[in-house]
Design a protein around this ligand. Structure first.
Ligand SMILES: [Mn+2]
Length: 365
């Protein structure tokens, strides 16, 4: 545990909660289309508020839980959540936001509502500074790691199921520690690894996938485009926005590519996800420059996401021009010629092997 810092912050958190009316109703919420980190962060904060502080807490989310792995995680956690469209803000007195911040455009919190608690690991936003209790740690790979440390500081341990979901969340958020993890993430992982339920972990990791997943994947692979180290795919209309970041992750594994962009249309928005293998890059900043005032987004160094409002939703293919334009603008921002952003066919013979020596060995045989 990041001993001193967490003890101080947890103490401050406890003081804040104790200073609120014991009968007040808490609402815990996170970013739209919650990912594993967001789900576990909410579960652990709810447990703290309910069990340690004896408060009444409701967990809510916006958007949808699309990925099969995330749906399985909700089942494993036994997470009882309500959708934002089913609740009224007036029935709650206190608001806690985890893995997100006010006015980022990625959560359902009204712009004029200041949350009382913000716990996150994204770059701090101005609107967060006026919140009564804030714990933002940019150097943490997962928000859930902060909450796990809080739980430990309170003298409690995650249940077997919570530990399993927590370790899955850390793995998913950091791509198995391949990107943006820190000492605390590793320590929580190592400490709890002996306590997880390995069968449950496998059930989350290898969740059954709907046919629509393969349909999206097929479309992604059919629409690949590339210019030098950038690879792009436009999914067009998707049945759940979570598939966009998932495909962006997959594309980044393509040999010779250091940047990937995936776009997809859902409802009246075009969603986009940006990834890079360069640990010195600032993908979040690049994302905000790309969106300008057309939409909202952000991220960390190697991973970013956002959305753009489709100006004339309902018009067929209104999203196509936006998706293409975004890819061109990204190419320019990365100092690549947008005219050379061309389809990447998957038919054999279209690409040269990147494995050194392989070609020579073949020629010699
Ligand atoms: Mn997170």
């Amino acid at each position: 545990m990041n001993d001193d810092l967490t003890r101080l912050r947890y103490e401050a958190f406890g003081q804040f909660v104790h200073g609120t009316p014991s009968r007040a109703a808490w609402l815990i919420l996170t970013h739209d289309n919650p990912d594993p980190d967001a789900l576990v962060s909410m579960a652990l904060l709810a447990r703290l508020l309910r069990q340690v502080f004896r408060r009444h807490a409701t967990i809510a989310y916006g958007g949808m839980i699309g990925r099969a792995e995330n749906r399985e995680m909700v089942r494993v956690l036994g997470l009882e959540m309500v959708h934002m469209r089913e609740i009224s803000w007036r029935t709650f007195d206190l608001f806690a936001l985890v893995d997100s911040q006010p006015r980022t455009g990625n959560n359902q919190l009204p712009a004029d509502l200041t949350p009382h608690v913000v716990i996150d690991h994204h770059p701090p936003r101005k609107a967060s500074l006026s919140c009564p209790f804030v714990d933002i740690r940019r150097d943490y790979g997962a928000t859930a790691t902060i909450l796990a440390e809080y739980l430990q500081a309170s003298g409690h341990e995650p249940t077997r199921r919570q530990a399993t979901a927590l370790l899955y969340a850390i793995k998913a958020e950091t791509q198995d520690f391949g990107r943006e993890s820190a000492g605390p993430d590793h320590r929580v992982y190592d400490r709890l690894l002996p306590r997880i339920d390995r069968r449950l972990m496998a059930r989350i990791q290898h969740a059954r996938l709907p046919l629509s997943y393969f349909r999206n994947l097929h479309r992604a692979l059919e629409s690949l485009e590339t210019v030098s180290s950038l690879v792009v795919s436009h999914l067009g209309e998707v049945d759940q926005p979570d598939i966009v970041p998932e495909i962006a992750d997959l594309l980044l594994r393509l040999e010779g590519k250091t940047w990937s962009l995936c776009t997809g249309a859902y409802g009246d928005r075009v969603y986009l996800s940006l990834r890079t293998t360069n640990p010195r890059a600032d993908a979040g900043n690049l994302m905000r420059r790309l969106l300008r005032r057309r939409g909202k987004g952000g991220g960390h160094g190697m991973i970013a996401g956002g959305w753009i409002q489709i100006p004339r939703p309902g018009v067929p293919d209104a999203h196509v021009a936006i998706e293409r334009q975004l890819a061109r603008e990204l190419a320019i921002a990365l100092k690549k010629n947008p005219e050379r952003l061309l389809p990447l066919p998957l038919a054999p013979g279209g690409e040269r092997s990147e494995i050194p020596g392989e070609r020579a060995a073949k020629d010699g045989s």
